[in-house]
Design a binder for this molecule. Structure first.
Ligand SMILES: Cc1cc2nc3c(=O)[nH]c(=O)nc-3n(C[C@H](O)[C@H](O)[C@H](O)COP(=O)(O)OP(=O)(O)OC[C@H]3O[C@@H](n4cnc5c(N)ncnc54)[C@H](O)[C@@H]3O)c2cc1C
Length: 441
């Protein structure tokens, strides 16, 4: 008889994992605390759209649903930097103009993965069921049906927590396992989503095929295009401080701040003040924990195992990659689920940790360095070397975004490349200087 999996959370990774497990013939019950996304359960003001790239696309391709997802996507070919005087600078993501990331709506993607899972008759999806606790030994998830207020107990051979950064499954492991390692760290910045609506003819008010950035050193705003002609902007700003979310409250203060910092965006944001008042301010957390499994009974996938800050646009892509690796491990060890879980943890943990560091570092790059001429020159040098040494020199961004090289390996390789490039530049500068001095003498 096929093993039964109880999955908690049908967000982005939960739906996808259910499809993978369903395809492998497992019996799957997927429980989600919210209503069906096809009924519009996506909470306004919370990462409405996301950047989907190679790792995520690969995971979708394995199930044959990448085309379905990408037909709703808008390609973003590079960063459009907005300076304070309204000047624009476009920096392509890669030397190859065909390489781009994709802006995709969370609701559309969530719906597609859930529908992919529901194509398998052995997968059942239950909305409005909130997991309150998991007995990790039986293993059994305790659930509360929000519609009927009834309590439900769901048992299986294994329970998988795909229930996001504040995972109830992980909390149950934490309570039970003495040596469970857990670390959460918050950035001093929060985020707020705002909108640039379409023109009256439905077209986009800024360059459509770009990720727009307003870098302002200690904070920034970004904007991603949506298929309906709008842009979703996200302001990443300090919670506290002389100029911060805490001190900028009244409409006048908000308007003054935006007019000073993002003067070219203000005329495009007719609902700025109302949205700033009503949209929530989210926090930015990195979560690391270990282990991600308990015997052959419980495992954690996606943000439940490793929430990262969003500045590399990789949280969901990494969560999708988890699903691919877990599926591979289950295929390699079909008779030994504990070994499959242990292998999955071993293959992914080091890479999730590397991504967590890369994501924090990329915040500094986006909010501060993208505005600098030296940084833009380094990007050009990166692209030049990539074109000169194809397959040998790969910029870090290219490895993370456009390949499936494991994150930890990409980070190591980039460090070595940087050392070689800087050493070569210093050697060339020294040689040039020596030649000049020799000529002068
Ligand atoms: C502002 C922002 C921008 C981002 N941009 C990007 C991007 O551009 N690219 C990218 O790759 N990633 C991005 N991310 C990260 C991405 O959103 C997450 O990594 C991704 O959603 C993780 O998927 P998941 O399925 O693990 O968790 P989630 O998508 O959070 O899904 C968890 C699901 O579990 C459900 N759930 C939670 N608790 C319970 C419970 N007790 N019982 C039952 N169900 C429960 C939730 O309702 C939810 O549906 C961004 C994140 C933020 C905050």
């Amino acid at each position: 008889m096929a093993a039964k999996f109880v999955l908690i959370g049908s967000g982005l990774a939960g739906g996808l994992l259910a499809a993978y497990l369903g395809r492998r013939g497992y019996d799957v019950d997927l429980y989600e605390r919210r209503a069906d996304p096809r009924e519009g359960n996506i909470v306004g003001g919370r990462s409405i759209n996301l950047a989907l790239s190679t790792r995520g696309i690969h995971a979708l391709e394995q199930l044959g649903i990448a085309d379905e997802v990408l037909k709703h996507a808008i390609p973003m070919r590079g960063r459009m930097i907005h300076d304070k005087s309204g000047g624009l600078h476009f920096a392509p993501y890669d030397v190859d103009p065909n390489k781009h990331i994709n802006s995709i709506g969370r609701a559309a993607l969530n719906t597609t993965v859930i529908e992919a899972a529901q194509r398998y008759p052995n997968v059942r999806v239950h909305f409005n069921h909130k997991c309150t606790e998991v007995d990790i030994d039986s293993p059994t998830a305790q659930l509360l049906n929000d519609s009927t207020s009834q309590r439900v107990a769901a048992s299986g051979d294994a329970v998988i927590g795909v229930d996001g950064a504040f995972s109830a499954v992980r909390q149950s492991m934490q309570k039970k396992l003495e040596k469970f390692e857990y670390d959460e760290s918050y950035l001093p910045h929060g985020y707020k989503e705002l909108t640039i609506p379409p023109r009256s003819d439905g077209s986009w008010r800024m360059e459509k095929e770009a990720l727009h950035i307003w870098p302002r050193k200690s904070f920034m705003m970004i904007a991603l295009p949506n298929p309906d002609g709008s842009f979703t902007c996200t302001l990443f700003w300090e919670f506290e401080g002389p100029r911060s979310f805490a001190t900028t409250k009244t409409d006048d203060e908000v308007f003054y701040f935006f007019r000073e910092e993002f003067p070219d965006a203000v005329p495009l944001m007719p609902n700025l003040l109302e949205e700033f008042r009503t949209n929530p301010t989210g926090s930015l957390v990195t979560i690391r924990c270990a282990p991600w499994f308990y015997k052959d009974k419980v495992a954690l996938v996606g943000d439940a195992a490793h929430a990262v800050v969003p500045f590399y646009g990789q949280g969901m892509n990494a969560a999708f990659e988890d699903c691919v690796v877990l599926d591979e491990c289950l295929a390699e060890f079909p008779q030994d689920r504990q070994r499959a879980f242990a292998e999955y943890f071993q293959r992914r943990k080091v890479n999730a940790d590397a991504l967590a560091d890369l994501a924090v570092e990329n915040f500094i790059e986006m909010r501060d360095k993208t505005a600098s001429k030296i940084f833009r020159a380094k990007k050009k040098l990166d692209h030049f070397l990539e074109a000169l040494l194809p397959g040998i020199y790969w910029p870090l961004y290219t490895m993370v975004t456009f390949t499936r090289i494991p994150y930890a390996k990409a980070a190591r390789r980039a460090r070595v490349q940087d050392r070689i490039v800087y050493a070569t530049l210093i050697a060339l500068a020294t040689l040039t200087l020596t030649c000049l001095l020799w000529l002068i003498r």
